[in-house]
Write a protein that binds this ligand. Structure first.
Ligand code: SF4
Length: 231
């Protein structure tokens, strides 16, 4: 496991639970709007922090038993870590609930984690319509995304799909296609893009959708999934 950081407490990232977040280093996508581009390389280029060694993280978690409900395993993209399953197993053995944040590119890893009953909540990003996915993430992954959506929807584990949308990439028709791809889902969080630090510098001066535009999207997409958060 290469761990890039830890947030020791969150009340927001694991619905209804007190949790900490572990950020894994490395991602197999390259989304233009990525707010953490330094998390994309599979090896951290910054100062090596010995407190982020997996052993130290597990020691920290054992000191948090009874104080935290769960652990959010996020990234980067956690499923590209070769020893993810063993690491999550050790966290579960400490008695924590696990929420996995994933980009959906490795359905077989998600399935293995589910088969071993290691997940209690899954959040998957849906970045674009299946037709345009590759242009957004710079990887041919349409089949994997479709498979991950199916696995997650039928897992029996609470889940949510999340989409960050912005005029530079998404049209109303794209939103309708994204809705169709996750049709009849429990939760879909639509988030407007905020022009902060991003991978694609062209986006720095881009504007988010207006409230009127977001309301229009809600009208055309709400039949596909329960929109639980629109920010
Ligand atoms: S999947 Fe997430 S971490 Fe990876 S490039 Fe896209 S936004 Fe960044």
């Amino acid at each position: 496991m290469i761990i890039a950081g830890i947030q020791k407490l969150t009340t927001l990232d694991y619905p209804g639970k007190l949790a900490c977040i572990i950020f894994t280093q490395g991602c197999n996508f390259a989304c233009g709007y990525c707010h953490n581009p330094e998390m994309i390389p599979t090896k951290s280029t910054g100062h090596h922090d010995p407190d982020l060694e997996p052993k130290k993280i597990l020691e920290f978690l054992s000191r948090r038993k009874g104080m935290l409900d769960g652990v959010v395993v996020s990234g980067g993209e956690p499923t590209i870590q070769p020893d993810l399953i063993g690491f999550i197993k050790k966290i579960k053995e400490l008695g924590f609930l696990i929420k996995l944040d994933t980009n959906g590119s490795n359905p077989q890893v998600v399935q293995k984690l589910l088969d071993q009953q290691l997940l209690d909540y899954i959040a998957m990003d849906v970045k674009h319509s299946l037709e345009k996915y590759q242009s957004m993430v710079k990887k041919d992954c349409k089949d994997e995304i479709k498979e991950s959506i199916l696995i997650i929807k039928s897992s029996g584990v609470p889940y949510e799909f999340r989409s960050t949308i912005l005029p530079y990439y998404h049209s109303k028709n794209d939103l309708i296609r994204m809705g169709r791809a996750i049709n009849k889902s429990e939760k879909w969080n639509l988030q407007t893009f905020r022009p902060l630090r991003v991978l694609n510098h062209k986006l720095k001066n881009e504007y988010p959708f207006t409230i009127e535009e977001m309301n229009d999207f809600i009208k055309v997409t709400k039949k596909y999934a329960k929109l639980t958060s629109i920010r």
